[in-house]
Structures are given as C-alpha cells and as structure tokens.
Ligand binder design. Structure first.
Ligand code: HPA
Ligand code: ZN
Length: 320
C-alpha cells in the first residue's frame, strides 16, 4: 500500500480545543469561551465564514516560538499516526502578524518542528505560505517579504480565507514573483465559489494545484482541462460536509472526480475543527462510498503524485 501525502493542511487548523485552553493559560490570554465545553459547543458552522470567525479567534492564544513549534510538532505526530509520510503544510502568517506576533517568531517555531519531522516522525515536510484573500494584496506582499527576510525555507505560496466576493486575480503579480523566486504555487478555489473561481486561479495565478476544487465538477470543459493537464485537486471531505459545501457526505463529488480521471487526493484541511485527521477523512469516504482497496490505493498514489516531492522520491514511494 502506498503511503499518503497530506497537501492541504492549515497548521492553525490543528489547534485542538484543549490546546486553546492550555496556551491561553500559559500566555495569560483571556478567552471569550466559559470553558472547554462552551468552546466545543461552537464547532458547528453554516458556511466557510462562520468557521473562519472561530478559527481566527482561537489563534489569539498562539504567541511564542515555542507555541508554534508545539502546534506543528503535535500535528506531525498525529499525521504520522494517520499514515502520512509527506506533509506540505500551510501557515496563515498574516493572521499572526496582524495580532502583533512577528513573522520570525511564527516561522522559526514552525520551521524548528518541521526540521525535526523526518527524524522524529518519519514525515518529510515543506512549508507553504498562504496569503489571506480577504486582505489587500499589499498586505500579502509585506507578509511575503517578511517571510523571505526570516531565511526560513519555503516550499511554496498559496491563497486561502474567504473565497466568494474576493478576487484572486489581483494576487497575480505576487504569485508570478514567488514563481520567479523558485517557489511552487497553490490556491483555494471552488470550495464555496463556483467553477469560475477555479478558472480564475488557473488563469490569473497559474497555480500548479487547486485546494478543494469540488465545484469544478459543474463545468465539463474545466474537468477536461484539469484531467488533461493533470492538475491536482486537494479535496477535504469532512471539511466540505462541516462547512455545508455539500449537503451530506453522500453528495460529495469525490467518486465523480476519480471517475473523471482527476488527480484528486484526500486531506484534512483543519482537522481540529472538522472532526478528524487524514485517516478519519479516508475512512469516512471509504465507508460512505464503499471504496475498494484499489480505489483507496488510487487516493494514496494520487497524493504522492500531487506532492512537490522530487520525481525520484515520488517513484520510491509509489513503487517501493
Ligand atoms: N477555506 C478557506 N480558507 C481556509 C480554510 C478553508 O477551508 N481553512 C482555513 N482557511
Ligand atoms: Zn483549506
């Protein structure tokens, strides 16, 4: 069995409720939640924005380099237990610098844990700096420059946060610059937005991978394009259900995506908020759709193929 790569994972989305309370105490930060049960009662969402409001609020507890290192290390340990051997993780840097946490604090903590990941957990890793599309492009440019100035190695840049109503095209020059700097490019699209949002990140940002992309299925020409160009889609089934991007898991387009020959793989997005890590996401679709061992193998192989690992490493993981 081919192992899994996790390619759509927000480190901030691995902040478990218990850790919110532990870090709040350690950093002497007042929380708007009465207790753990009060917080746990808030993990149901009517849409992406509903979730993002809670996600950004909880981040207030992340203050020190050690906090970011612990968060990242806890995720890597959990991912390894889920069968992940490669993790290309997102960091929403602007959500921290906006709160007064300097970029070097955030990125040094994350990079410290990532640097020990292979030795400690058997997980190779890469860091993708995700820009927040609800903020001005100038803010993203500052974040990019601050990240480069830390000297922390980046694998790529991405785009996330509120999708509908916030154009991706204005980020085109910044993505071109990152590409010229040798970085990979990805973007969230087609999660709540329709297929036109997926076209936009392909045409204006030239991304190599689309995060979510489930609404691409409404556009036959787009599906053909994604299949022909072998553009990967990092799908997050439990996230899509919890954010009501699909009515129920039974309505999820993952089987149709595989049927259409798309390079789709399964990921956990924000596991602390959506009910499970990569293994839970795979188990959920396996059970819901009665996937065969061969189909689960396809999902694993797709994840390795869709990763930014060197070709030799992909071949080793795919063929043993
Ligand atoms: N969509 C957009 N932005 C995000 C998400 C998501 O699913 N998770 C964390 N930031
Ligand atoms: Zn995401």
């Amino acid at each position: 069995m081919t192992p899994f790569a996790e390619l759509h994972l927000h480190l901030e989305g691995t902040l478990e409720p218990e850790m919110v309370f532990d870090l709040a105490e350690r950093n002497a930060i007042g929380l708007p939640w009465r207790d753990l049960d009060d917080l746990r009662g808030r993990y149901s969402y009517s849409c992406l924005q509903d979730f993002l409001d809670l996600y950004y609020a909880n981040m207030a507890v992340l203050r020190t380099e050690a906090d970011f290192a612990e968060l990242t290390d806890a995720y890597l340990a959990r991912a390894a237990a889920a069968g992940v051997v490669r993790a290309e993780v997102f960091c929403d840097l602007q959500a921290h610098t906006a709160r007064g946490v300097p970029a070097p604090v955030v990125l040094a903590g994350v990079a410290d844990a990532l640097s020990r990941s292979e030795a400690d957990h058997g997980v190779s890793s890469g860091l993708i700096l995700t820009f927040l599309r609800h903020l001005p492009v100038a803010d993203a440019e500052l974040a990019y420059e601050a990240a480069l100035a830390t000297g922390v190695e980046l694998l790529g840049v991405g785009l996330c946060s509120t999708e509908v109503g916030f154009a991706a095209a204005p980020f085109g020059d910044l993505f071109a610059r990152a590409r010229a700097d040798g970085l990979h490019t990805v973007a969230h699209a087609g999660e709540e937005g329709d297929a036109s949002y997926v076209w936009e990140v392909l045409d204006s940002l030239g991304v190599e991978r689309v995060d979510h992309g489930i609404n691409a299925m409404g556009d036959r020409r787009l599906v053909e394009h994604l299949a022909e160009q072998e553009i990967p889609l990092t799908v997050c089934p439990l996230s899509n259900v919890r954010l009501q991007a699909v009515p129920t898991l039974a309505d999820h387009p993952l089987p149709a995506m595989l049927e259409a020959g798309l390079l789709a793989c399964v990921n956990s997005d924000d596991p602390a908020y959506f009910g499970g890590y990569l293994d839970a996401n795979v188990a959920a679709v396996e059970q819901e759709f009665g996937l065969s061992t061969d189909q689960v193998e396809t999902l694993a192989a797709n994840s390795i193929r869709a990763s930014f690992l060197p070709g030799t490493e992909k071949a080793r993981l795919l063929h043993g």
